[in-house]
Design a protein around this ligand. Structure first.
Ligand SMILES: [Zn+2]
Length: 161
């Protein structure tokens, strides 16, 4: 098993605490550790959806993602580490900050497509929960703080946790 840390970075304009909504579907690119093939399409994982699987005869294993490689047919799986949770992104100046940890067996994730809705917080406490980063950029206006708000330059990085 390997623990992989997903970090993100973004330019935050007058907002902080950027994080996916609770019911977020994570779209990752997956790479098989047996044949080193990277699957061309992103796969989706949900932190609240677990499936059971059997691992070499032992029952009762659960994972958020169970996958059979199209090339070598090897089965692998991944599970979000609940204890780590999801960390809001607060780093300034576009530095990478940790988001979450995934425990991987037989596979690795190599990319993260930010589809789905995110939320963040304005300078005077306003909550924006319709932050769509799929186009790479989100802009709005914070009435309470009387400031333009935005998220841009989104990036992601996988490293060993
Ligand atoms: Zn494979």
């Amino acid at each position: 098993m390997v623990r992989l840390l997903l970090s993100i970075k973004a330019e935050l304009e007058n907002v902080t605490d950027l994080q996916p909504l609770d019911d977020f579907e994570y779209f990752f690119k997956v790479k098989c550790n047996s044949c080193h093939e990277t699957h061309p399409k992103s796969v989706s994982l949900n932190r609240h959806v677990l499936s059971s699987y059997e691992l070499s005869g032992s029952r009762g294993n659960t994972a958020n993602f169970v996958w059979r490689c199209g090339e070598c047919k090897r089965e692998s799986s991944a599970k979000f580490e609940d204890a780590y949770g999801v960390k809001p992104y607060v780093a300034e100046n576009g530095q990478f900050g940790p988001l979450l940890v995934v425990e991987c067996r037989g596979l690795e994730f190599v990319d993260f497509e930010p589809r789905g809705m995110w939320k963040c917080k304005g300078m005077k406490g306003s909550i924006f929960s319709d932050v769509d980063l799929e186009s790479g950029e989100w802009n709005d206006y914070d009435e309470k703080a009387a400031l333009p708000v935005g998220v841009s330059e989104f990036g992601n990085q996988w490293t060993r946790a």
